[in-house]
Design a protein around this ligand. Structure first.
Ligand SMILES: Cc1cc2nc3c(=O)[nH]c(=O)nc-3n(C[C@H](O)[C@H](O)[C@H](O)COP(=O)(O)OP(=O)(O)OC[C@H]3O[C@@H](n4cnc5c(N)ncnc54)[C@H](O)[C@@H]3O)c2cc1C
Length: 486
């Protein structure tokens, strides 16, 4: 009789090194069955968007070929994990199942049920933390509650035991030998776009998979980290790590990033950004409605507008504000957007257009390769001013000044809004102020080759503040006096 195998259920941990579930399974010395289950049936799931599906396809292909090097295969199955996993246990006779934890509310619930069902059948089940530096429940206020403010949260993290050293890849070669049941073909999952293929820009920008993640980290450590603190806000420069999709999909662990970066003289500012990621997960775990509802309940009744035309202009990068349009087009073309541009674009949707932050959150979810329930929801709530430790609602970014400050030569705009490329830097963030001769010389016809602003900044700002202050259930006295002072 064949030795029963151990199953390793892969989810957002698409790597072989520093993978505690894989390591624990391999330590048993039994054959292993690595499996990925495409579960699009979980209740309340935010089904992966188009850009995420593209990434998943390539990341799974990369993981499959890594396993192939050890003579193993990654089994691909599809369906509700609560049915598919127990069926696989029965088919293979496995007596042990290992996975790394997820923190999305629906996944937490589903995994708990699967764990108790398998245990009831006498199967050993163990789960691990592979995607966070600190487990959400391990960092608590003095009263034992979740933090709502970042700085004390991060202070508490830094005072906690340091995240353990990452572990290398286990030797898998002696674990082969188990005949896998029939699985599905990755190509049949149709994760890639069919005609039209909009993924050319994604393909050019990214190398999904563990090797791509490592290369991205090494390149960042070799160069950009030196100037991270001064450059991280510049969308026109490659000043940040661009590790977010790799971290989201678990192609690299935050422990690996932490330990590789921590001795660098400029590590502090960078590690703090990893801290924001931790904070988002901390919030999502404590407040499972974070993706749908404002944490600050006073915003439940905020008088949002409905304007499908304005939403479409924002989505397509045709608002007439060059920095906003550059950000939205970077997102569409590459599946990623610089953090400063995310803040400016998000602020524009929520404050200039007065559209609900959830609309923007949904669009980002569909178009980002790093779409992440915790980070996306926390980012949107922060910008909208309704989240934990949020930017106050009355702080309204001026898109012209933001552009001039963070893209001073207009190179970011030139790259993603080519119809403005020939405008001089002086007018590139305010083309409507350029004299006709300058527009002519640059080949720009406002309203024809490039849109005129869809809202006037000053009027939009007034409207946002009036909605905020005027909404009695929202605009409370403390905030109102801050507006007056501001
Ligand atoms: C409206 C909005 C939506 C966002 N949606 C997402 C999302 O869906 N997925 C996502 O990963 N990030 C999101 N962010 C956070 C941030 O913009 C990205 O993580 C960052 O731009 C990724 O670039 P990087 O890897 O070069 O970051 P670096 O500056 O190199 O930072 C290193 C890592 O720290 C984490 N990080 C950095 N900034 C933040 C932050 N503000 N919040 C949480 N984690 C952070 C990321 O994992 C990042 O890879 C959002 C921010 C905003 C304002």
């Amino acid at each position: 009789m064949e030795t029963p195998p151990a199953i390793v259920w892969f989810r957002n941990d698409l790597r072989i090194s520093d993978n505690p579930a894989l390591r624990a399974a391999s330590a048993l010395g039994q054959p292993i069955v690595p499996v990925y289950i495409l579960d699009e049936h979980a209740p309340g799931t935010w089904a992966a968007g188009g850009a995420a599906r593209w990434w998943l396809h390539h990341s799974l292909a990369a993981l499959k070929s890594s396993f192939a090097k050890s003579g193993l295969d990654l089994l691909l199955l599809r369906g509700p994990a609560a049915l598919v996993l127990p069926r696989l246990v029965r088919e293979t006779g496995a007596r042990a199942v290992f996975w790394n934890r997820l923190y999305e509310p629906w996944a937490v619930q589903r995994d708990r049920q699967i764990k108790s069902a398998l245990r009831a059948e006498g199967v050993k089940v163990a789960s691990f933390n592979a995607s966070l530096l600190f487990e959400p429940t391990s960092i608590r206020t003095r009263n034992g509650e979740a933090f709502r403010v970042f700085t004390p949260f991060w202070r508490a993290c830094l005072a906690a035991p340091e995240p353990s050293e990452p572990e290398g890849a286990p030797d898998l070669s002696f674990l082969r030998g188990f005949k896998l049941p029939a699985g599905e073909r990755l190509e049949d999952w149709r994760l890639l776009p069919t005609a039209p293929n909009w993924a050319g820009g994604l393909q050019a920008a990214w190398q999904p998979g563990e090797a791509g993640a490592r290369a991205r980290l090494d390149a960042f450590l070799a160069k950009a980290l030196d100037h991270y603190e001064s450059e991280r806000d510049r969308p026109d420069h490659a000043g940040t790590s661009r590790l977010s999709p790799h971290l989201h999909w678990g192609e690299i662990s935050p422990r690996q990033v932490w330990h590789a970066a921590k001795t660098h003289p400029n590590a502090k500012a960078f590690l703090r950004q990893l801290g924001w990621r931790e904070f988002s997960y901390h919030l999502l775990f404590a407040f499972p409605s974070l993706p749908e509802e404002p944490l600050d309940a006073r915003f439940q009744a905020f008088p949002w507008a409905e304007d499908a035309k304005a939403l479409a202009s924002w989505q397509r990068g045709r608002t007439g504000y060059p920095i906003v349009d550059a950000g939205m087009r970077e997102l569409w073309q590459t599946g990623w957007m610089h953090n400063r541009a995310r803040m400016v674009c998000a602020s524009f949707l929520v404050k200039h257009l007065l559209l609900p932050w959830q609309y923007g959150e949904r669009w980002f979810w569909d178009t980002l390769v790093d779409a992440d329930l915790a980070n996306n929801a926390a980012g949107w709530q922060w910008v909208a001013g309704c989240g934990a430790d949020a930017a106050p609602y009355f702080r309204i970014f001026n898109p012209v000044l933001q552009g001039e400050k963070f893209d001073p030569n207009g190179d970011y705009v030139r790259k993603f809004v080519p119809e403005l490329a020939r405008l001089p830097a002086r007018f590139i963030h305010r083309p409507w102020e350029a004299p006709p001769a300058v527009l002519d010389a640059a080949g720009v016809k406002l309203g024809t080759t490039y849109p005129a602003p869809i809202v006037d900044h000053r009027a939009a700002r007034e409207r946002a503040l009036a909605s905020f202050v005027g909404e009695r259930r929202v605009g409370i006295g403390r905030m109102r006096s801050a507006v007056v002072r501001g």
